[in-house]
Write a protein that binds this ligand. Sequence first.
Ligand code: PEP
Length: 250
Amino acid sequence: MRRNLLLGNWKQNTTRASALELLGGLKAELEKSPTKTELGVIPPALFIDLAIGQQYTSCFAVGIQNISKTVKGAFTGEIGADMAASAGVKYALVGHSERRAYFNESPEDLAGKLMRCLENNLIPVYCVGEELSDRKTGNYLNVIDAQIKAVLFGLNTKDLNNIIVAYEPIWAIGTGETASAEQAQEVHAFIRNLLANKFGASGSDISILYGGSCKPSNSEELFSQPDIDGGLIGAAALNAQDFIAIANSF
Ligand code: PEP
């Protein structure tokens, strides 16, 4: 169901001590500046339990950065969707560009991860985005089209109600370079249209988040676009004040 949502992806950052500090900082910021926006933090898996602590349940939900495509068994190092769900995790990132690029995750891998999430009532956040070269040659909508069709078009309409999409142009991730509100809106509208044509109301009713150097100085303009429902935040999610300022810019 379409709703405003802000997720903070901490990536491979924080230690136990700094994770606790950041969680405490977020709670303190929320007490000063309460927000109506639904929030989620996505810490390293080792610190998920800290974020699920009772004192935070009214502040934010918790996500996981990666999930196994397999159900269970001899897959050393993997974390299964059933494990994450049993630990109280709500969201799972699937298809983040860093996983696609550095861990060679294929569309088949991503489809498996997505299915494991849905089977275990985790909400997958399916990330798509183009390289700078595709943006420059004008091929970017074809890239997005292929990424959406390869993984989401195999789902049924009911499943689509339980997923979130994030548009994250790769050239804007961690670079300080943000897509302009118009550039982001064009792709968000394209994705919504694609999904609406395939899945009807469930497609048009999907939440589509923007990610890529989103910060307090540009979030308001991005979030005011008709097809941008929220953000997937990287660097700015490591600063409690910035993250809550972004949450309050809807
Ligand atoms: C991300 O990696 O999901 C992201 C959006 O990072 P950043 O905000 O740092 O660009």
